[in-house]
Design a protein around this ligand. Structure first.
Ligand code: TYD
Ligand code: MG
Length: 454
């Protein structure tokens, strides 16, 4: 029998290699490649021969009722799920260890139970007593959630098959152990097998399944990325350790819009929902300091105002520093290059620090102009006019491009007490939401207008 090849697997992305190397070529992760026994050759050899069953075909016009969803009553969670939990769906909730996944899901379990679903919560990490203690602390003991501390996938599947709950929560997928797979719990093969079994269970039996997955930097255990394609919905729970804000973000959703966010605050009594995130992210703001600019952004279906803060200082090093938190480093380099070559404002020899306040992560290109404004404001040590929000995309030519959902952005800004918006010319003109508009067609014009020719 030929020796199986491909027995080294990246624990971060699941790529397989025939020999070990220090860095995964597929995802770029270091030290994430681990030897694993290949999955059994399985039925592949004998399958696909002979006649199978004829599959019923249908057409696109067949009417399908929208899936009946159950709302948990936790507004922030329901919105991220696309309007509630879809029956027989599989959801992955990923996040760093200690960020609050177990807390979130215990609260969700209780809310769904109160909404009438039968819920089973299986913890592979904590003893039942520990989970009960947390439930008591969070005031959830009255909810009809059934609990087990178990890691054996076979036993869990047998139990779920008999109980047929509406919702099963598995915390976490990395602690599950399938006894038919030879590698250690937490390895890619185990995580894959467990996720596959649990998602197929969801589809076959009509139960919804929520899987918790730890994101790992070290690559010791398999990351949730190997599970992402198997589930219907992928949510990431993120936040900075030092901040109390937590953001639940949908990165994939077969039943709703992706890129939706839910905002929570970690308190002594669990996670509290934050219905108006703009007010929260801006609450730390005093009078506008140089380098600080408010960006009117859109997260999913919701407008959110966030503050960009920049610091520009002479660099003591030969190579000036570029440090970014909450925004893309490559995009920052691009904006610095455009400022330099299209507006004649050099940043060579200057350290640049850029930060999004409150631990938010922004990925919209619509924030380009706000970033440029923060950089200029910090460099020139001139604050922007008060009560001003900024948004717009910057192209490599230095032109400003209009962005979507202008009216929503303006309305939200107005609601939070802003009176002026700096934005690109053009774009679909809706209402101004009562804001004064200062429209510009290129970055050089913006520099001249706001900072007096730079
Ligand atoms: P946890 O849900 O255990 O994180 P995860 O499952 O993602 O590893 O949450 C861990 C942190 O949350 C822990 O450091 C303490 C904090 N916490 C609170 O601040 N308030 C609370 O009410 C609870 C339950 C936890
Ligand atoms: Mg946990």
């Amino acid at each position: 029998m030929a020796k199986p090849t491909l027995s080294f697997v990246c624990q971060s992305c699941g790529a397989a290699y025939s020999k070990w190397s220090g860095r995964c070529e597929s995802c770029g992760e270091w030290n994430s490649i681990v030897e694993e026994k290949p999955l059994s050759d399985g039925p592949a050899k004998k399958a696909l021969k002979g006649r199978g069953r004829r599959v019923a075909l249908t057409d696109l016009a067949t009417k399908e009722a929208p899936p009946p969803r159950t709302r948990s009553g936790m507004e922030e969670l329901d919105r991220v799920l696309g309007g509630g939990l879809v029956p027989a769906s599989a959801v992955l909730v990923g996040g760093d260890p200690g960020i609050g996944k177990s807390t979130l899901l215990l609260q969700a379990a209780a809310s769904f139970a109160r909404a009438g679903l039968s819920v089973i919560y299986i913890s592979g990490e904590e003893a039942s007593a520990q989970v009960r203690l947390r439930a008591a602390r969070l005031g959830l003991t009255d909810a009809q959630v059934r609990l087990a501390a178990e890691t054996s996938l076979r036993d869990i599947l047998t139990t779920l098959d008999e109980e047929r709950p509406d919702l099963a929560i598995i915390d976490s997928i990395q602690t599950m152990w399938a006894d038919n797979v030879e590698s250690a719990p937490g390895s890619v093969s185990q995580v894959r097998a467990a996720s596959h079994e649990l998602t197929s269970f969801a589809k076959k039996r009509g139960s919804s399944v929520i899987l918790v997955g730890h994101v790992t930097k070290e690559g010791q255990i398999a990351g949730p990325r190997v599970v992402e394609h198997m589930v219907d919905t992928v949510l990431y729970f993120e936040g900075e350790r030092g901040h109390q804000f937590r953001i639940l973000r949908s990165v994939k959703n077969r039943f709703g819009p992706a890129d939706e966010i839910g905002v929570f605050e970690m308190t002594g009594a669990g996670l509290a929902e934050v219905g108006n995130p703009s007010a929260l992210f801006l609450s730390e703001r005093g009078s506008p300091a140089p380098g600080s600019v408010v960006f009117a952004g859109i997260e999913g279906t919701r407008p959110v105002l966030v503050e960009f803060q920049a610091l520009v200082a002479p660099s003591p090093h030969a190579q000036a520093r570029r440090s970014v938190v909450g925004w893309d480093g490559g995009r920052l380099a691009m904006i610095l290059a455009v400022l330099e070559s299209r507006c004649g404002i050099p940043f060579a020899g200057l350290d640049v620090y850029l930060n999004v306040a409150g631990g938010m992560k922004i990925s919209e290109p619509a924030a380009d102009l706000a970033v440029a404004a923060a950089l200029l404001s910090a460099r020139e040590d001139v604050g922007l006019p008060p009560e001003t929000v900024v948004f717009g995309e910057i192209s490599l030519s230095g032109a400003l491009r209009p962005v979507g959902q202008m009216e929503n952005r303006l309305k939200e800004a107005r609601k939070l007490g802003f009176s002026t918006a700096i934005l690109p010319t053009g774009g679909k003109s809706g209402g101004t939401g009562g804001m004064a508009l200062n429209q510009m067609s290129d970055l050089a014009g913006f520099v001249g207008d706001v900072f007096g020719a730079g």
